[in-house]
Write a new protein. Structure first.
Lengths: 102, 415
């Protein structure tokens, strides 16, 4: 895609200009596209296979929390509901003490 | 296209210090940050101990960086967040950078660039652990993000592999949050983190540190259920019969940091094998004209105070940069050094206030650091202790020496 085409797409949908995965240069818009597709996927590995965030040199070290937040927001659930692969592969196990008090 | 004297890539402690220092030299400065807020990794470092050298105070990470953001806000530096540099091209008199953000694609011109892109964590892939790939394997920094930024627990009972500083900090942090840290396992016979962190994060919380041990296997299909640990010999081979299975729900890795230099790769900037950052001269200019490097992108620092100092060196020199010929000579070292920064001296640039950062290759007690030029000793400094995890710095004045391109500058550590 040329810079002009990409610029046009971002102007239509700014989420394409928000880079979530720096290693593979994947935007929030691309992840949302996968979630809005006919067969949406709400697991980290599934999104990784579709769009590639987490496939690069940092192996998701920086982007996996951001991807989890995007998935949770889109699905309307708490971030700990988002799993790595199937529903038993929980990534997070609930709130910290401080978060429980809030 | 907007034009700047200095474009800084990275809005963490190194980048902000570079931008402020460049602004002080009257440069027109542009600062680019990828994340939504300035501050880099300090945003999630809520523990204290930052700023002991700079401010003679024990600050938390966010407090430390807030002071620099305040300084930045008093300048005319233009800073953008949520903006990603997707391409850099060399052009007449400087570089063109292509930026991506929510407004679209744009281009800016920079006479010079300061790379302040920080570092990333070494991952599970790079330590070759056998077994399945369940949820529950985290790098320490990612676990820190979950706990300190999202307020979520990644574990109830874990094993930590590697005794790097973030791993030690997380051992304490997770313990305070009610998780059980079964132990910290370090493959080397000596710890990788700062002594103060071994004491304050492990000893004070009765968390065992197992030196010459490593994790050999991961168990669990969906979520991690156990790990196998084993003792290693001096060649780091596993001692048969020492394997032990530990039930836990997470493995946290603190196995090293790697300077983030994708931009440098794309520009074919030579990197140092030991630091994994660019090779630089005393102005922190890389081997590519007009491109400077600082902070953890240049070499992994253990104290943010040194990161800020390095940022200032790069920012100041980028601001006063004139495209004149360099005369570079190597700083040579004996085998007792793990690395030094800078690796070269430009004898056409000021040589009266050279800052040398170094790490020794192993522990030394009562050692002497010696600088010689063409065989003549010009400076010595005594150290009661030198430890590889604790970086040291010295100031070097070479203005009284007659230097030419064949001069030999040698650093030695006397045992």
């Amino acid at each position: 895609m040329s810079a002009e085409e990409r610029d046009k797409l971002i102007k239509q949908n700014p989420a394409y200009g928000e880079i979530v995965c720096r290693c593979e240069e994947i935007s929030k818009g691309e992840i949302l596209d996968a979630l809005n597709s006919p067969i949406p996927v709400y697991a980290l590995d599934a999104i990784k296979r579709r769009v590639r965030p987490g496939m690069g040199r940092c192996q998701g070290g920086f982007c996996s929390p951001l991807v989890m937040k995007i998935l949770a927001e889109h699905k309307g659930v708490k971030v700990e509901e988002i799993t790595k692969a199937n529903q038993q592969s929980k990534v997070l196990l609930g709130d910290t003490k401080g978060a429980q008090e809030r | 296209m907007n034009k700047y004297d200095v474009v800084v890539i990275g809005g963490g402690p190194a980048g902000i210090a570079a931008a402020v220092a460049a602004h002080k030299q009257k440069a027109k400065v542009f600062l680019i940050e990828r994340e939504a807020r300035l501050g880099g990794i300090l945003k999630q470092c809520i523990h204290d101990g930052f700023g002991l050298i700079r401010f003679k105070e024990k600050l938390s990470g966010p407090e430390y960086v807030e002071r620099y953001i305040d300084m930045l806000n008093q300048t005319s530096v233009e800073a953008v967040t949520l903006t990603f540099v997707s391409d850099i091209k060399q052009v007449e008199g400087g570089y063109t950078l292509t930026l991506v953000n929510r407004n679209g694609i744009s281009k800016i011109f920079g006479k010079t660039i300061v790379l302040a892109t920080g570092c990333r964590e070494r991952t599970a892939k790079q330590v070759l652990i056998q077994g399945t790939r369940p949820a529950g394997v985290f790098t320490a920094g990612t676990a820190q993000y979950y706990v300190n930024i999202l307020g979520k627990m990644p574990t109830k009972k874990c094993v930590i592999l590697g005794s790097g500083d973030i791993g030690l900090i997380m051992a304490r942090r997770l313990t305070l949050e009610g998780a059980k840290v079964e132990g910290v396992y370090e493959v080397k016979p000596t710890p990788s983190g700062l002594t103060r962190n071994i004491v304050q994060c492990l000893h004070d919380f009765d968390i065992p540190l197992h030196l010459s041990h490593t994790v050999t296997k991961v168990f669990g299909e969906d979520r991690l259920e156990a790990v196998e640990v084993a003792e290693v010999d001096e060649k780091m081979n596993i001692k048969e019969g020492t394997q032990r299975k530990i039930e836990c729900d997470a493995l946290i890795l603190s196995v090293g940091l790697i300077p983030e230099n994708e931009v440098a790769y794309s520009l074919d900037i030579p990197l140092d094998r030991c630091t994994k950052g660019p090779t630089v001269d005393q102005t922190f200019m890389t081997m590519r004209e007009g491109i400077f490097s600082c902070g953890n992108a240049l070499h992994v620092n253990d104290l943010v105070d040194y990161v800020s100092e390095g940022g200032e060196i790069a920012g100041e020199n980028a601001a006063v940069y004139k495209n004149k010929e360099r005369k570079l000579i190597d700083i040579k070292t004996d085998k007792n050094f793990l690395y030094i920064v800078p690796q070269k001296i430009d004898i056409n640039a000021p040589i009266d206030k050279i800052k040398i950062y170094f790490r020794s290759i192993k522990d030394f007690d009562n050692t002497k650091f010696i600088v010689s030029v063409d065989g003549k000793v010009i400076m010595t400094k005594k150290y009661a202790h030198l430890r590889p995890p604790e970086m040291e710095s010295v100031k070097l004045d070479l203005s009284k020496e007659t230097l030419n391109e064949s001069s030999v500058i040698l650093l030695t550590l006397e045992e």
